[in-house]
Design a protein around this ligand. Structure first.
Ligand code: G1P
Length: 296
Protein backbone atom coordinates (compact mmCIF):
# COMPACT_ATOMS: atom_id res chain seq x y z
CA UNK A 1 0.00 0.00 0.00
CA UNK A 2 1.37 3.42 -0.96
CA UNK A 3 2.53 5.22 2.15
CA UNK A 4 2.43 8.89 3.07
CA UNK A 5 5.36 8.53 5.43
CA UNK A 6 7.82 10.03 3.00
CA UNK A 7 7.18 13.75 2.86
CA UNK A 8 4.51 15.28 0.65
CA UNK A 9 6.55 17.46 -1.69
CA UNK A 10 4.25 17.78 -4.69
CA UNK A 11 1.01 19.67 -5.14
CA UNK A 12 -1.42 19.71 -8.02
CA UNK A 13 -3.55 22.77 -8.74
CA UNK A 14 -6.46 22.07 -11.10
CA UNK A 15 -6.97 25.38 -12.89
CA UNK A 16 -8.56 24.57 -16.22
CA UNK A 17 -12.11 25.67 -15.31
CA UNK A 18 -13.74 28.30 -17.49
CA UNK A 19 -14.78 30.60 -14.66
CA UNK A 20 -18.22 31.24 -16.14
CA UNK A 21 -19.56 32.42 -12.77
CA UNK A 22 -17.37 35.50 -13.04
CA UNK A 23 -18.12 36.51 -16.61
CA UNK A 24 -17.49 39.02 -18.04
CA UNK A 25 -14.46 39.50 -15.73
CA UNK A 26 -13.13 36.09 -16.79
CA UNK A 27 -13.68 36.47 -20.51
CA UNK A 28 -10.02 37.28 -21.14
CA UNK A 29 -8.37 36.42 -17.81
CA UNK A 30 -8.38 33.27 -15.68
CA UNK A 31 -10.57 33.31 -12.57
CA UNK A 32 -7.51 32.15 -10.60
CA UNK A 33 -5.95 35.55 -11.34
CA UNK A 34 -8.76 37.65 -9.83
CA UNK A 35 -7.15 39.55 -6.96
CA UNK A 36 -8.09 39.43 -3.28
CA UNK A 37 -6.86 42.97 -2.56
CA UNK A 38 -3.63 42.81 -4.58
CA UNK A 39 -2.74 39.13 -4.71
CA UNK A 40 -4.28 36.71 -7.23
CA UNK A 41 -6.42 33.95 -5.73
CA UNK A 42 -4.08 31.18 -6.89
CA UNK A 43 -1.09 32.79 -5.19
CA UNK A 44 -2.72 32.28 -1.78
CA UNK A 45 -2.88 28.53 -2.50
CA UNK A 46 0.66 28.37 -3.86
CA UNK A 47 2.02 30.16 -0.78
CA UNK A 48 0.06 27.76 1.44
CA UNK A 49 1.58 24.76 -0.37
CA UNK A 50 5.11 26.12 -0.09
CA UNK A 51 4.71 26.94 3.58
CA UNK A 52 3.59 23.32 4.11
CA UNK A 53 6.83 22.00 2.60
CA UNK A 54 5.74 21.48 -1.01
CA UNK A 55 8.62 21.84 -3.47
CA UNK A 56 7.12 20.88 -6.82
CA UNK A 57 3.93 22.47 -8.06
CA UNK A 58 1.95 21.25 -11.03
CA UNK A 59 -0.75 23.48 -12.44
CA UNK A 60 -3.33 21.83 -14.64
CA UNK A 61 -4.34 24.49 -17.13
CA UNK A 62 -6.41 24.90 -20.23
CA UNK A 63 -7.07 27.48 -22.90
CA UNK A 64 -6.77 31.13 -21.93
CA UNK A 65 -4.73 30.50 -18.78
CA UNK A 66 -1.44 32.03 -19.92
CA UNK A 67 -1.68 34.82 -17.38
CA UNK A 68 -1.05 32.26 -14.62
CA UNK A 69 2.21 31.19 -16.26
CA UNK A 70 3.25 34.81 -16.82
CA UNK A 71 2.44 35.69 -13.22
CA UNK A 72 4.83 33.12 -11.80
CA UNK A 73 7.61 33.86 -14.32
CA UNK A 74 10.58 36.10 -13.60
CA UNK A 75 9.88 39.57 -14.98
CA UNK A 76 13.28 41.22 -15.37
CA UNK A 77 11.78 44.33 -17.02
CA UNK A 78 9.33 44.91 -14.18
CA UNK A 79 11.95 44.35 -11.47
CA UNK A 80 14.44 46.69 -13.19
CA UNK A 81 11.75 49.33 -13.58
CA UNK A 82 10.78 49.12 -9.90
CA UNK A 83 14.42 49.26 -8.78
CA UNK A 84 15.02 52.31 -10.99
CA UNK A 85 12.12 54.06 -9.25
CA UNK A 86 13.52 53.23 -5.82
CA UNK A 87 10.78 50.67 -5.11
CA UNK A 88 13.11 47.91 -3.92
CA UNK A 89 10.66 46.35 -1.51
CA UNK A 90 8.04 45.96 -4.25
CA UNK A 91 10.71 44.62 -6.63
CA UNK A 92 11.67 42.01 -4.03
CA UNK A 93 8.01 41.05 -3.59
CA UNK A 94 7.58 40.63 -7.33
CA UNK A 95 10.76 38.54 -7.50
CA UNK A 96 9.59 36.30 -4.67
CA UNK A 97 6.50 35.34 -6.70
CA UNK A 98 8.64 33.82 -9.44
CA UNK A 99 8.82 30.10 -9.12
CA UNK A 100 9.59 27.16 -11.21
CA UNK A 101 6.21 25.56 -11.71
CA UNK A 102 5.22 22.80 -14.11
CA UNK A 103 2.18 23.12 -16.32
CA UNK A 104 0.14 20.41 -17.93
CA UNK A 105 -2.84 21.01 -20.20
CA UNK A 106 -6.08 19.26 -19.43
CA UNK A 107 -7.27 19.55 -23.01
CA UNK A 108 -10.89 18.63 -22.45
CA UNK A 109 -12.78 19.69 -19.30
CA UNK A 110 -13.80 16.19 -18.23
CA UNK A 111 -13.98 16.81 -14.48
CA UNK A 112 -11.83 17.20 -11.37
CA UNK A 113 -10.82 13.53 -11.38
CA UNK A 114 -9.64 13.93 -14.96
CA UNK A 115 -7.65 17.05 -14.04
CA UNK A 116 -5.85 15.12 -11.28
CA UNK A 117 -5.23 12.20 -13.64
CA UNK A 118 -3.70 14.60 -16.17
CA UNK A 119 -0.99 15.41 -13.60
CA UNK A 120 -0.07 11.74 -13.14
CA UNK A 121 3.11 11.76 -15.27
CA UNK A 122 4.45 14.71 -13.26
CA UNK A 123 3.51 13.35 -9.84
CA UNK A 124 4.73 9.80 -10.34
CA UNK A 125 4.65 7.30 -7.51
CA UNK A 126 4.62 9.69 -4.56
CA UNK A 127 2.09 11.07 -2.13
CA UNK A 128 0.86 14.49 -3.23
CA UNK A 129 -1.56 17.27 -2.39
CA UNK A 130 -4.41 18.61 -4.49
CA UNK A 131 -5.35 22.21 -3.88
CA UNK A 132 -8.49 23.78 -5.30
CA UNK A 133 -7.40 27.40 -5.28
CA UNK A 134 -11.01 28.67 -5.07
CA UNK A 135 -11.00 27.68 -1.43
CA UNK A 136 -8.76 30.25 0.24
CA UNK A 137 -8.04 29.28 3.82
CA UNK A 138 -6.47 31.56 6.38
CA UNK A 139 -5.00 29.27 9.03
CA UNK A 140 -1.86 28.96 11.12
CA UNK A 141 -0.35 26.45 10.60
CA UNK A 142 -1.79 26.35 7.08
CA UNK A 143 -4.67 23.97 6.31
CA UNK A 144 -2.40 21.81 4.17
CA UNK A 145 0.28 21.64 6.87
CA UNK A 146 -2.36 20.51 9.40
CA UNK A 147 -3.61 17.86 6.96
CA UNK A 148 -0.14 16.55 6.14
CA UNK A 149 0.51 16.09 9.85
CA UNK A 150 -2.66 13.96 10.15
CA UNK A 151 -1.88 11.96 7.01
CA UNK A 152 1.64 11.17 8.23
CA UNK A 153 0.32 10.16 11.63
CA UNK A 154 -2.41 7.86 10.25
CA UNK A 155 -0.44 6.90 7.13
CA UNK A 156 -3.28 7.42 4.70
CA UNK A 157 -4.97 9.93 2.41
CA UNK A 158 -6.69 12.84 4.16
CA UNK A 159 -9.44 15.10 2.84
CA UNK A 160 -10.31 18.45 4.32
CA UNK A 161 -13.92 18.70 5.52
CA UNK A 162 -16.11 21.38 7.00
CA UNK A 163 -19.61 21.34 8.45
CA UNK A 164 -21.95 22.94 5.93
CA UNK A 165 -25.62 23.93 6.37
CA UNK A 166 -28.11 21.51 4.84
CA UNK A 167 -29.24 24.09 2.27
CA UNK A 168 -25.74 24.16 0.78
CA UNK A 169 -24.66 20.53 1.15
CA UNK A 170 -25.68 19.49 -2.37
CA UNK A 171 -22.86 21.68 -3.76
CA UNK A 172 -20.17 19.47 -2.24
CA UNK A 173 -18.78 15.99 -1.95
CA UNK A 174 -20.07 14.67 1.40
CA UNK A 175 -18.61 12.00 3.68
CA UNK A 176 -20.05 9.36 5.96
CA UNK A 177 -17.65 8.73 8.81
CA UNK A 178 -16.63 7.26 12.11
CA UNK A 179 -14.85 9.61 14.50
CA UNK A 180 -11.16 8.96 15.19
CA UNK A 181 -10.81 11.87 17.61
CA UNK A 182 -11.97 15.47 17.81
CA UNK A 183 -11.85 16.89 14.26
CA UNK A 184 -10.44 13.70 12.67
CA UNK A 185 -12.62 11.06 10.99
CA UNK A 186 -12.30 7.74 9.20
CA UNK A 187 -14.37 7.92 6.05
CA UNK A 188 -16.87 5.09 5.60
CA UNK A 189 -18.40 6.40 2.37
CA UNK A 190 -18.37 9.51 0.23
CA UNK A 191 -20.79 10.85 -2.33
CA UNK A 192 -20.49 13.67 -4.84
CA UNK A 193 -23.11 16.42 -4.59
CA UNK A 194 -25.98 14.45 -3.03
CA UNK A 195 -29.50 15.83 -2.68
CA UNK A 196 -29.77 17.38 0.78
CA UNK A 197 -32.12 14.62 1.95
CA UNK A 198 -29.67 11.91 0.82
CA UNK A 199 -26.50 13.51 2.23
CA UNK A 200 -24.80 11.06 4.58
CA UNK A 201 -23.75 13.86 6.97
CA UNK A 202 -23.11 17.59 7.12
CA UNK A 203 -19.36 17.17 6.61
CA UNK A 204 -18.52 18.51 3.16
CA UNK A 205 -15.26 18.04 1.30
CA UNK A 206 -13.37 21.32 0.92
CA UNK A 207 -10.71 21.92 -1.71
CA UNK A 208 -7.67 20.27 -0.09
CA UNK A 209 -6.63 16.65 -0.46
CA UNK A 210 -3.54 14.74 0.62
CA UNK A 211 -3.48 11.71 -1.65
CA UNK A 212 -1.47 8.60 -2.30
CA UNK A 213 -0.50 7.62 -5.87
CA UNK A 214 -2.84 4.60 -5.80
CA UNK A 215 -5.62 7.13 -6.49
CA UNK A 216 -4.44 7.28 -10.11
CA UNK A 217 -5.42 3.69 -10.96
CA UNK A 218 -8.79 4.32 -9.31
CA UNK A 219 -9.25 7.40 -11.46
CA UNK A 220 -8.28 5.41 -14.56
CA UNK A 221 -10.99 2.87 -13.63
CA UNK A 222 -13.48 5.68 -13.07
CA UNK A 223 -12.54 7.25 -16.42
CA UNK A 224 -13.14 3.90 -18.12
CA UNK A 225 -16.58 3.64 -16.49
CA UNK A 226 -17.50 7.13 -17.64
CA UNK A 227 -16.26 6.39 -21.14
CA UNK A 228 -18.28 3.20 -21.37
CA UNK A 229 -21.39 5.01 -20.13
CA UNK A 230 -21.58 2.85 -16.98
CA UNK A 231 -21.11 6.06 -14.94
CA UNK A 232 -22.84 9.22 -16.13
CA UNK A 233 -21.28 12.68 -16.15
CA UNK A 234 -17.77 13.87 -15.37
CA UNK A 235 -14.79 11.94 -14.04
CA UNK A 236 -15.19 12.85 -10.39
CA UNK A 237 -12.38 12.79 -7.88
CA UNK A 238 -14.93 11.84 -5.22
CA UNK A 239 -15.87 8.72 -7.19
CA UNK A 240 -12.21 7.81 -7.63
CA UNK A 241 -11.77 8.15 -3.87
CA UNK A 242 -14.77 5.91 -3.34
CA UNK A 243 -12.98 3.20 -5.32
CA UNK A 244 -9.81 3.80 -3.29
CA UNK A 245 -11.83 3.45 -0.08
CA UNK A 246 -12.52 -0.16 -1.03
CA UNK A 247 -8.75 -0.74 -0.88
CA UNK A 248 -7.51 1.31 2.07
CA UNK A 249 -8.67 3.58 4.90
CA UNK A 250 -9.13 7.24 3.99
CA UNK A 251 -9.39 9.96 6.60
CA UNK A 252 -10.85 13.43 6.83
CA UNK A 253 -10.04 16.30 9.10
CA UNK A 254 -11.41 19.67 10.02
CA UNK A 255 -8.89 22.42 10.54
CA UNK A 256 -9.02 25.57 12.57
CA UNK A 257 -8.96 28.59 10.31
CA UNK A 258 -11.20 30.73 8.14
CA UNK A 259 -12.24 29.42 4.72
CA UNK A 260 -13.51 31.56 1.88
CA UNK A 261 -15.13 30.01 -1.17
CA UNK A 262 -13.96 32.52 -3.75
CA UNK A 263 -15.59 30.47 -6.51
CA UNK A 264 -18.86 32.33 -6.02
CA UNK A 265 -19.45 36.07 -6.03
CA UNK A 266 -20.55 36.48 -2.43
CA UNK A 267 -17.67 34.36 -1.15
CA UNK A 268 -15.26 36.31 -3.32
CA UNK A 269 -16.50 39.64 -1.98
CA UNK A 270 -16.30 38.41 1.61
CA UNK A 271 -12.71 37.30 1.00
CA UNK A 272 -11.74 40.69 -0.43
CA UNK A 273 -13.17 42.45 2.63
CA UNK A 274 -11.62 39.91 5.03
CA UNK A 275 -8.12 40.23 3.59
CA UNK A 276 -8.37 44.03 3.24
CA UNK A 277 -9.24 44.24 6.92
CA UNK A 278 -6.17 42.16 7.77
CA UNK A 279 -3.87 44.58 5.99
CA UNK A 280 -2.17 47.08 8.30
CA UNK A 281 -2.05 49.69 5.52
CA UNK A 282 -5.74 49.38 4.66
CA UNK A 283 -7.60 48.10 7.69
CA UNK A 284 -8.36 51.37 9.41
CA UNK A 285 -9.36 53.57 6.47
CA UNK A 286 -11.28 50.70 4.92
CA UNK A 287 -13.24 50.00 8.10
CA UNK A 288 -13.98 53.70 8.44
CA UNK A 289 -15.32 53.65 4.89
CA UNK A 290 -17.44 50.55 5.55
CA UNK A 291 -18.92 52.26 8.61
CA UNK A 292 -20.13 55.12 6.44
CA UNK A 293 -22.12 52.85 4.15
CA UNK A 294 -25.87 53.17 4.60
CA UNK A 295 -27.83 49.97 5.22
CA UNK A 296 -30.09 49.35 2.26
C1 G1P B 1 -15.30 19.93 -6.16
C2 G1P B 1 -15.46 18.48 -5.70
C3 G1P B 1 -16.38 18.41 -4.49
C4 G1P B 1 -15.87 19.31 -3.39
C5 G1P B 1 -15.67 20.75 -3.92
C6 G1P B 1 -14.98 21.61 -2.89
O1 G1P B 1 -16.54 20.39 -6.67
O2 G1P B 1 -15.97 17.71 -6.79
O3 G1P B 1 -16.45 17.08 -4.02
O4 G1P B 1 -16.76 19.31 -2.31
O5 G1P B 1 -14.86 20.76 -5.10
O6 G1P B 1 -14.87 22.94 -3.33
P1 G1P B 1 -16.67 21.74 -7.53
O7 G1P B 1 -16.72 22.86 -6.55
O8 G1P B 1 -15.45 21.79 -8.41
O9 G1P B 1 -17.95 21.60 -8.31
Amino acid sequence: MATVKNRVTKAVFPAAGLGTRFLPATKAQPKEMLPLVDKPIIQYGIEEAISAGVEDIVIVTGRGKNAIEDHFDVSVELETFLESRGKSALAAEVRAISRSLAYVRQGEPLGLGHAVLTARPLVGNEPFAVILADDVIDATPSALAQMIAVSEELDGPVLLVERVPKAQISGYGVIAYEPVREGVYRITDLVEKPEAAAAPSDLAIIGRYVLTPDIFDCLEDEAASVKSGEVQGEIQLTNGLRRLLAQRPIYACEVSGVRHDTGNKLGFLKAVVYFALKRPDLAEPFRQYLDTLPRA
